[in-house]
Design a protein around this ligand. Structure first.
Ligand code: C2E
Ligand code: MG
Ligand code: MG
Length: 246
């Protein structure tokens, strides 16, 4: 019962909200704040990732329903998936059941996957992705450019959105190599008919370069930090417009 879900807005070039990403937080009672980058790999190794992931999915769906009840419209939520969770035979059944139990329309859910998902069991993974598509659940490739076989999974996942890793975005303004990589990732996504998002945008200069390169979507401390649900509600009330779910 110690976990909390925070939400970070994803915006388009006009500053409109397109989605919020659910990010897990563990404020430990004695050890202080523990980063998901530390505890998620441990939970994967111990198998505890399964109950944690189910809790995240359900909480995220319920929280989006709460936003609708508050009169804030239908906000899409992006949930990070662990490869272990995705590759379980019961994954789709649990997902469908969660949508039924919470009443969240599937178009309001988006799933973020990393290339690790395709590594072990490609055929089954492609089938699962096909099923997600027929359920109208959108899929994003997370941390693009940092894994193995990147272009193979870009081709095979046929995802809707490609998220360029913040390690490239962070040094855009002073490293020509990162500018080249980001610019190519944007053209690649564009020509494959995908939306491209830059993660971890912090400065006006990074934003200027991204807009110049034709990046569609942004996420980062420059626009909004991850927030608890009540703070997200306040933020949404101040924001002028919500981009409807696709
Ligand atoms: P991610 O999915 O790539 O999430 C983006 C990370 O970038 C988040 O870190 C977010 O807080 C951080 N971030 C956003 N904007 C900025 C910025 O402008 N500057 C900087 N420096 N950082 C920014 P966080 O929350 O620590 O999450 C780390 C990773 O943990 C996530 O990376 C994701 O892979 C994993 N994770 C988080 N929540 C979950 C979850 O519920 N399930 C699973 N399986 N993994 C999760
Ligand atoms: Mg993510
Ligand atoms: Mg990422």
């Amino acid at each position: 019962d110690e976990f909390e879900l925070y939400y970070q807005p994803l915006l388009n070039r006009n500053g409109q909200l397109v989605s919020v990403e659910a990010l897990l937080r563990w404020p430990h009672p004695t050890k202080g704040f523990i980063s998901p980058a530390r505890f998620i790999p441990l939970a994967e190794a111990s198998g505890q990732i399964m109950p944690i992931s189910e809790w995240v999915l359900k909480r995220a769906c319920l929280d989006m329903q709460a936003l609708t009840l508050e009169g804030l419209g239908r906000v899409q939520v992006a949930v990070n998936l662990s490869p272990l969770q995705f590759n379980r035979a019961s994954f789709l059944t649990t997902l469908r059941q969660t949508l039924l139990d919470t009443g969240l329309p599937p178009e309001q859910l988006s799933l973020e996957l990393t290339e690790g998902i395709l590594m072990d069991n490609t055929e089954a993974a492609i089938d699962t992705l096909q099923a997600l598509r027929s359920m109208q659940i959108s899929v994003s490739i997370d941390d693009f450019g940092t894994g193995f076989a990147s272009l193979l999974y870009v081709r095979d996942l046929r995802a809707c959105r490609l998220k360029v890793d913040q390690r490239f975005v962070g040094s855009l303004d002073h490293d020509a190599r990162d500018r080249a990589i980001v610019s190519h990732a944007i053209s690649l996504a564009d020509s494959l008919g995908m939306e491209v998002l830059a993660e971890g945008v912090e400065t006006a200069e990074q934003e200027r370069l991204l807009v110049e390169m034709g990046c569609h979507l942004v996420q980062g401390f420059r626009y909004a930090r991850p927030k608890r649900l009540p703070e997200l509600v306040e933020w949404l009330k101040r924001k002028p417009s919500i981009h409807p779910c696709p």
